[in-house]
Design a binder for this molecule. Structure first.
Ligand code: VGL
Ligand code: ZN
Length: 188
């Protein structure tokens, strides 16, 4: 699949941050297992001149998505914290474009496209096809893939480069992504 990356493609890495990996504030089982897989994709992207985008969850103190504010999640990815840093073994290129989200006081932004201008940026760079991996498969990867399809990109999930918060959520997310027209998902 990696061999298919070519001009007009972009690699979009969603929220591969310490807090979503084992030992973090909102750990996803095997979250860190996506890192070596994504490193191979990053290497291939560099070899083929394919741009790399990396989104990050970047919450203010007391964010609306935190339990104490009535949200579903424990505090995580606080701006400038160790937990908000990209996984230390993720080999992001110097040319990586970071997409910061989750900064609003009044609402969460699960999708990397949500009020970030990312769709416009990608179109301006001539991107037509997106290869997506990262965390979590049933939260921010799902929302990003659905928005990417809606925005008219040909979206390919990299199945071994993502992990869900829950297995059931992951199964539902794969169905939803497939229905939306995303590629890379096994039939059924
Ligand atoms: C995410 C839960 C809360 C994610 C972000 O990146 O998937 N999950 N905030
Ligand atoms: Zn969050």
């Amino acid at each position: 699949m990696i061999a298919e990356m070519t001009t007009g493609d972009a690699l979009l890495i969603v929220d591969v941050q310490n807090d979503f990996c084992p030992g973090g504030a909102l750990p996803i089982a095997e979250g860190d297992a996506v890192v070596p897989v994504l490193n191979r994709w990053i290497e291939q992207a560099a070899a083929r001149g394919v741009p790399v985008y990396a989104s990050r969850d970047w919450h203010p103190v007391g964010h609306v998505s935190f339990e104490a504010s009535g949200g579903p999640w424990p505090p995580h990815c606080l701006q400038d914290s160790e937990g908000a840093r990209f996984h230390p073994e993720l080999k992001l290129p110097e040319t990586v474009v970071k997409v910061t989200k989750g900064v609003r006081f009044d609402q969460d932004q699960n999708s990397a496209f949500d009020q970030t201008g990312l769709a416009e940026e990608l179109r301006q760079r001539g991107v037509k096809r997106l290869w997506v991996g990262g965390l979590a498969e049933d939260v921010c990867v799902l929302a990003t893939v659905l928005d990417g399809c809606r925005e008219g990109f040909e979206v390919h999930l990299i199945p071994d480069a993502t992990r869900p918060v829950s297995p059931e959520g992951g199964a539902r997310a794969r169905q939803d992504m497939q229905r939306a027209g995303a590629h890379g998902l096994a039939a059924g």
